[in-house]
Design a protein around this ligand. Sequence first.
Ligand code: FAD
Length: 430
Amino acid sequence: MRAIVVGTGAGGATAARELALRGFEVLVLEAGKPFRPFTRNISWAAPLRRVGALGGERTISRLFPAMETRRSSEDLVLVRGLAAGGCTVLSCGNLVRADNGLKDMGVDLAPEFEELERLIGVTTVPRPRWRPLSAAMFDAAAKMDLSPAPTPKAVDLSGCVSCGLCELGCARGARWDSRRFLGDALRAGATVRYGTPVRKVVVEDGRARGVLAGRKGAPERMRADAVVLAAGGIGNAQVLKSSGLRAEDRLWADIVLTVGGRSASARMLGEPPMVWYARRDGYMLSPYIDILSHWFHGPWRKVPVGDRVGLMVKLADEGNGRVNADGTVEKPVSEMDRVRLDGAAGLARRLMEGVGVEGPFVEGMLNGGHLGGTVPLARCDAATMHPSTLPEGLWAADLSLAPRSEGLPTMLVAAALALRVARLIPLRRT
Ligand SMILES: Cc1cc2nc3c(=O)[nH]c(=O)nc-3n(C[C@H](O)[C@H](O)[C@H](O)COP(=O)(O)OP(=O)(O)OC[C@H]3O[C@@H](n4cnc5c(N)ncnc54)[C@H](O)[C@@H]3O)c2cc1C
């Protein structure tokens, strides 16, 4: 059996690994290039930042092409990793179980979570490695009954130098990313082609027979018995719609709003990001310096990075986004999301004030990088993990399957969904 896996992020690499280990002939197609972390010294840019001469957030994609940023509405920036490893190479290494809406429909991922946690390795950053202000905010959160906990991390702490810049790629290789699973797949006989975007799924007689991939004007036809789409919430929807197939206009992104305050010599970049988190109803709080806001968001400009304090709100947002066949995305911040963000940001601010963080408190750029919901599972798909909207032979194996936003880290759930799907593919030969 020959399988084509599209994408090498949390879902794609997991599916490719599993299928290759089960004896499939696996061809992995990745739109991006092999990933390199951003290691250039950009201290020259600090004076430009202060006067706002760096331009908007798209500048980062010019300096660091693996990070794609785009506005899905005036006030929301969507971020994704377009490279080997997908968004996992930009991740903060948080490895949290998130399964909003899945268990209710009969998809209990506990066995996959457990297996993946064992395979990847989970730890927490010990408190002596936290910056004093993060520790103080943790204690304040506990006093406010917010039940904070150290964040589970997929990081080898002996190799982590606490540079605080996980999102620019881990130059030390201390943080897990899905390229490790891709490596397992390749050792098990899979092959990968980088710089090869899938344009369309080829469907004949109601069954997926392969893909058209590569150059836009002259794509190559590649044959497969099973096509596994793992191009993420945006990528999958784009490929499906370009192929005349159905994707849902229910994209969610887990909107991030980081509240910025000031405290002299806080040096929050001297610790791994998000060392603790507090789960609330529909969102989480976590200490975090938002790189995009620091470099490109006007209201954040006045404070140097060493004095900046950030507390992130990550909101489970409404699934109200639409991906078009040309890859453009429309996703506004809904009124309800705005109200909930305001409430959570108020709490973040009170927490910071409680430990002596000073104002002016400024909101960061609204951004979202957890892209799901466009090929959502329904209750009737729970046993097969094959959305009934897809033709035979075509699967989705990534965060696009998750029906509802999480307000929590999503790498693990994307990988767990992919693992479950990959194990069911051999059982559904027709
Ligand atoms: C900055 C940032 C930080 C994050 N931090 C964390 C964290 O700490 N913990 C956590 O759990 N989650 C984190 N996430 C989210 C998490 O990484 C993603 O939710 C997860 O990787 C989603 O997996 P996926 O397989 O659905 O998609 P992705 O990981 O995005 O993989 C999609 C892949 O498909 C490729 N692709 C796209 N279109 C095509 C095409 N047409 N043809 C071929 N290939 C294509 C992409 O290049 C990519 O490799 C973060 C996300 C971002 C953006």
